[in-house]
Design a protein around this ligand. Structure first.
Ligand SMILES: Cc1cc2nc3c(=O)[nH]c(=O)nc-3n(C[C@H](O)[C@H](O)[C@H](O)COP(=O)(O)O)c2cc1C
Length: 444
């Protein structure tokens, strides 16, 4: 109350401008015993008010790697409407790791300030910001998809800001039609990429980002190292499974070493490159992802974000097993069977309906069993909440701990609020939007 007894429109704490306090954050359940989808999840020191995250989406709109007002509005719109984490698009750790000349980047200090502006805004709304750190490898230097015919790749040449003569990959194998010819990366190139991830992660922390995701999917650099089809190297980064995952492991280690112990670290992979039906003798398959997943908690990774594909022109998607969501469930259950309960699983791909999102995470209750090491820091391997598997009467099990959604947010930025309404869960709305709340009986 003010001195006159009038109610105060309280300011959000530590915000660089006046904005009303959002407490609890939009998207928090207000009703008792909400479904798991609207139950909080704590990973290391960070608490998410629900299980719905915005997946990274390239917008091909950055200004020489710098985020702009477009990104502030675009990312802010999802965040203040209640997504418990909004992940910034693939952000390149080196200039030659951008997919297009207009991709975002964190290879230089001047890119910190515009990122901090986005982080400050999300924090002023009591919401959390993630960033996906990436290198596009042999898929770099292409034109924005809308400038090409039916989304076909077209190499971005020097005259439109591209770098086709500086595209590099695990091996000198072109991705396919429309892509530049990559050079096989030297040891120095590999070191530059690892240092790029390290320095970009430091910059992300400096800017106030809350969560980091390493992009190991979709045929970009790390993903191309994982696959025996695109990685034909004969040195310690090629050949055996252990060698092909080496770059990813080294990137994880270096990123984990420079970010706070309490900060969640995510890894996105293509769980299969969909080449099972090809004539290739070997490819990256779900079994390889399971083998990799088992190694991740000890490296300090908290969540595996399960995507697929993107490494081969002639991939054949056979939507067996409920597409990527089913694969996420397969990986989660394999980890349980091996007694690994400290790697959370993110499901992504064609999740558009409230009931579907609810079912994916239902019964996957998570308790936080974070332990402190001797120096008082949260220990890497114990960081993630321990997931406790609970079956319902029908024997249904959670397929994932988090749902990540991309395109549905492009269609409905308020998707979290709609999902809550459709499930009959009362959630906090952004204060300024309270008068717009969906009404009982309305069809949304
Ligand atoms: C416009 C757009 C841009 C995308 N950019 C990225 C990206 O930067 N990094 C990434 O890992 N995936 C990217 N994706 C893939 C999405 O994160 C997501 O995995 C995919 O769209 C499937 O989820 P959905 O069915 O909910 O859209 C992008 C997808 C779209 C539609």
């Amino acid at each position: 109350m003010g001195s006159t007894g009038a109610p105060q429109n309280t300011a959000a704490p530590n915000a660089p401008f006046f904005t009303p306090i959002q407490s609890p954050p939009a998207g928090s359940a207000l009703s008792e015993n909400p479904p798991t989808l609207f139950s909080p999840l704590k990973i290391r020191d960070v608490t998410f008010q629900n299980r719905i995250w915005v997946a990274p989406m390239c917008m091909y709109s950055a200004d020489n790697g710098h985020l702009t007002d477009f990104h502030l509005v675009h990312l802010g719109a999802y965040a203040y409407r209640g997504a418990s984490l909004t992940i910034i698009e693939a952000t390149s750790v080196l200039p030659n790791g951008r997919i297009s000349p207009e991709d975002s980047g964190l290879w230089t200090d001047s890119q910190i300030a515009p990122l901090k502006r986005v982080a400050d805004f999300l924090h002023s709304q009591n919401q959390l910001l993630g960033i996906q750190l990436a290198h596009a490898g042999r898929k770099a230097s292409t034109c924005a998809p809308w400038s090409t015919e039916r989304g076909r790749a077209i190499t971005a040449t020097e005259d439109v800001g591209g770098w086709p003569r500086d595209v590099m990959g695990a091996s000198a194998i072109r991705w396919g039609e429309g892509f530049a010819n990559p050079r096989e990366m030297s040891q120095q190139d590999i070191e530059d990429v690892i240092h790029g991830f390290r320095d970009s992660a430091k910059r992300a922390v400096e800017a106030g980002v809350d969560v980091i995701e390493i992009h190991g999917a979709h045929g970009y650099l790390i993903s191309s190292f994982l696959s025996p089809i695109s990685n034909r190297r004969t040195d310690s980064y090629g050949g055996s499974f252990e060698n092909r995952i080496r770059l990813l492991v080294e990137v994880i280690k270096v990123v984990r070493s420079v970010i706070p112990a309490g900060m969640p670290l995510l890894v996105r992979v293509s769980s299969t490159e969909w080449m099972e039906e090809s004539s290739e003798p070997d490819s990256w398959k779900v079994e390889d992802t399971i083998k990799l997943a088992k190694l991740l908690p000890a490296l300090g990774v908290d969540l595996l974000d399960v995507s697929s594909g993107g490494n081969n022109e002639n991939q054949r998607i056979t939507p067996f097993n409920d597409f990527q969501v089913g694969i996420a469930g397969q990986i989660r259950s394999a980890l349980f069977k091996s007694g690994i309960t400290n790697l959370l699983i993110g499901a992504v791909g064609m999740i558009t309906e409230a009931e579907v999102a609810k079912a994916i995470v239902e019964n996957g209750k998570t308790v936080n069993e974070t332990k402190e090491g001797e120096d008082g820091k949260v220990e890497g391997t114990e960081g993630a909440g321990k997931v406790v598997e609970i079956e319902d009467e029908q024997g249904a099990k959670a397929k994932a701990d988090i749902v990540l959604v991309a395109r549905q947010f492009l269609r409905e930025p308020e998707w979290v609020l709609r999902v809550a309404f459709r499930l009959g869960v009362k959630v906090q709305w952004p204060q300024q939007y309270n008068r717009g709340q969906f009404l009982k009986g309305s069809k949304v």
